[in-house]
Write a protein that binds this ligand. Structure first.
Ligand code: SF4
Length: 204
């Protein structure tokens, strides 16, 4: 392989037992990605719709430390390396843990006018025992972003519906299993920082 791209992945999607019930949520496309180092076909479709893949070429903007930012390289020449994170554990929450939901979130991710201080004040999360866990979720998200930057990762595969990793749909904050449009804290921070986020539900 001539090129490399690092991809941040929710640890639970690979079977690591890190979710609130101390269980993993292994997904076949993610397991196959981890073993082959090639993107799942539906991820390729997502990148194609975002104009990051054209024909058999992929934008160099998703590569690890690309020499050229606006170039294109053959997709078959890229090895995609997974970098596993669990933002809730990284934010200091125990495993197993009391489930948490989002009470308040900022608007949709917007890399163009992103302001970290303003972004952080836009969140409020509580666990099912009504304990404020906002600080844990924010610090876990920031730590995950630090790792993404350290690995120069421009892509992420995240667990759908999670208050950290969810993208597009999350629980409504009432612990009644209702989903509403929205984003998990880490997924929102990643997308606001210009990282292309793909929920696992889109890869099946
Ligand atoms: S924070 Fe993300 S990686 Fe960790 S258990 Fe929840 S969904 Fe999985």
């Amino acid at each position: 392989m001539n090129y490399r791209a690092n991809v941040i992945v929710s640890s639970c999607l690979t079977g690591i037992k890190c979710n609130y019930m101390a269980q993993g949520k292994p997904r076949p496309p993610v397991l196959s990605f981890v073993s082959t180092r090639q993107l799942p076909p539906k991820a390729v479709d997502r990148l194609r719709s975002a104009d990051l893949i054209r024909g058999d070429l992929i934008s160099s903007s998703v590569l690890f430390k690309p020499a050229v930012q606006n170039g294109w390289v053959p997709l078959k020449d890229v090895e995609f390396d997974p970098v596993l994170v669990c933002p809730e554990q990284m934010g200091g929450l125990p495993t197993p843990r009391v489930p948490s939901e989002i009470i308040k979130m900022p608007g949709s991710p917007s890399p163009t006018d992103f302001d970290l201080a303003e972004w952080g004040s836009g969140w409020s999360l509580v666990n099912q025992e009504n304990k404020d866990v906002t600080g844990n979720f924010l610090s876990g998200a920031l730590m995950a972003l630090q790792i993404a930057r350290m690995y120069d990762a421009k892509l992420a595969i995240f667990k759908a519906k999670s208050p950290s990793c969810g993208f597009g749909l999350v629980a409504n904050g009432k612990f009644d299993e209702t989903l509403i449009p929205g984003y998990g804290v880490t997924a929102h921070l990643f997308a606001s920082s210009g990282i292309f986020v793909m929920p696992d539900s889109d890869l099946i």
